[in-house]
Design a protein around this ligand. Structure first.
Ligand SMILES: [Zn+2]
Length: 82
C-alpha cells in the first residue's frame, strides 16, 4: 500500500498593525502580519498542525520581518489585538 504523506500550508491570516511604525521606513500603519500554519496530511487530509509561521511585511518599503526580528511594539500590537 502506498501511503501519501506530506505537508502543506494551512490557512493564512493577515492582520494590519495600524498604530505601529515600520522600523525600516518609519511609516505608520504599513505593517501587515501574516500567520500561516503548516499541516501534515495523509491522503490530502490534514491530520495535525506542525508549526505556525508568522512574519510581517511593510507595504511601503517591502521589508519583511520574521518573528525573531519583531520589535516590542509589533509584539504588543499583536497581543493586544487578540
Ligand atoms: Zn517600511
Amino acid at each position: 500500500m502506498i501511503l501519501f504523506f506530506g505537508t502543506k500550508s494551512g490557512k493564512k491570516e493577515a492582520k494590519t498593525l495600524h498604530h505601529v511604525a515600520c522600523p525600516h521606513c518609519h511609516q505608520t500603519g504599513t505593517l501587515t502580519v501574516v500567520r500561516q500554519s503548516n499541516q501534515a496530511h495523509v491522503f490530502w487530509i490534514p491530520v495535525f498542525t506542525i508549526n505556525n509561521t508568522s512574519y510581517a511585511e511593510c507595504s511601503h518599503c517591502k521589508r519583511v520581518y520574521y518573528k525573531e526580528e519583531f520589535t516590542p511594539e509589533m509584539e504588543q500590537a499583536l497581543i493586544s489585538s487578540k
